[in-house]
Design a protein around this ligand. Sequence first.
Ligand SMILES: Cc1ncc(COP(=O)(O)O)c(C=O)c1O
Length: 336
Amino acid sequence: MTIEDLPVSGVLATIGATPIVELARLDPHSPFKTFAKLESHNPGGSIKDRSALEMLRDRILDGRLVPGRSVVVESSSGNLGIGLAQVCGYHGIRFICVVDPRTNRQNIAIMRAFGAEVEVVTDVDPATGEYLPVRKRRVRELVATMDHAYSPNQYANPLNPRAHRTTVREIIDALPRLDYLFCATSSCGTLRGCAEYIRAHHLPVTIVAVDALGSAIFGPPVGGRLIPGHGASVRPELYRDGLADIVIRIDDLGTVVGCRRLASHEAIIAGGSSGAVVAALDSMRDHIPPGATCALVFPDRGERYLDTIYDDDWVTTHFGDVTHLWRKPEMEAASC
Ligand SMILES: Cc1ncc(COP(=O)(O)O)c(C=O)c1O
């Protein structure tokens, strides 16, 4: 019996098997087909539900994590924290999530609603100016000082990429062919899990990694970044050279425009990294051959970005008047 076969019950049994939809309206004249895997349909609202479950499942089922005794501790600014809060909440296991002041208040509220404890670090690391090293240090401290504490450590845990063998398999099974796969990156769990499966099965798929311009995953960061989710301030241990065939880094404006184009053209309100993936596809349009099939992984839903990406005042403050970048031609005509 493998871990994948171990039983999972209740709401946790609804993790995965997310829908895949064709995006025919983003570019009605596109000579290639584009599909989106809607990971927002996981019960905790994101792709990280898969990683959270995979990283805890065997420990819960074989008794290494015990309700009333064990404590799970992790650093996360959002989606993984919510996924872990849900898995721990379902099983009655104590969970402490270490976050920083940039963490969206709604994410903290969701974790608390699942019964998680949330600890906010307030200082940045003096060497890097980033919160992430401080959050990771605090997790190590908690694990070292608490009895029966365990940290999944999404940035280095091989069970994180392993969770995405099902993600990529679901995409391959749903489509008659697959030529390009676009994945947003942070811990590199999705990218590595999908890439290892594709390479192991010798599938002729071009893997496109989509990162934030201010991230350190694929090279030195360029500038800051406003939008959380994809990107990382330190290269994760899960990173390996050669996971992606193509790397595309998208800036914050590109991310916003991708999200707002998705909303106005496809009626999909998705999170920032999904917008970055759309922007990456747009940047490659002239290089994708006619007849090809592209799959885009959309990691989360847009409700967690209503105060930023979907708030016109926030967008204008940061980028000026850019609404023309996502209006549909018929909307332009109506506004004349
Ligand atoms: C919104 C969003 N997009 C993309 C990613 C990247 O996924 P991964 O950690 O598998 O690289 C994450 C990870 O937390 C995320 O929250």
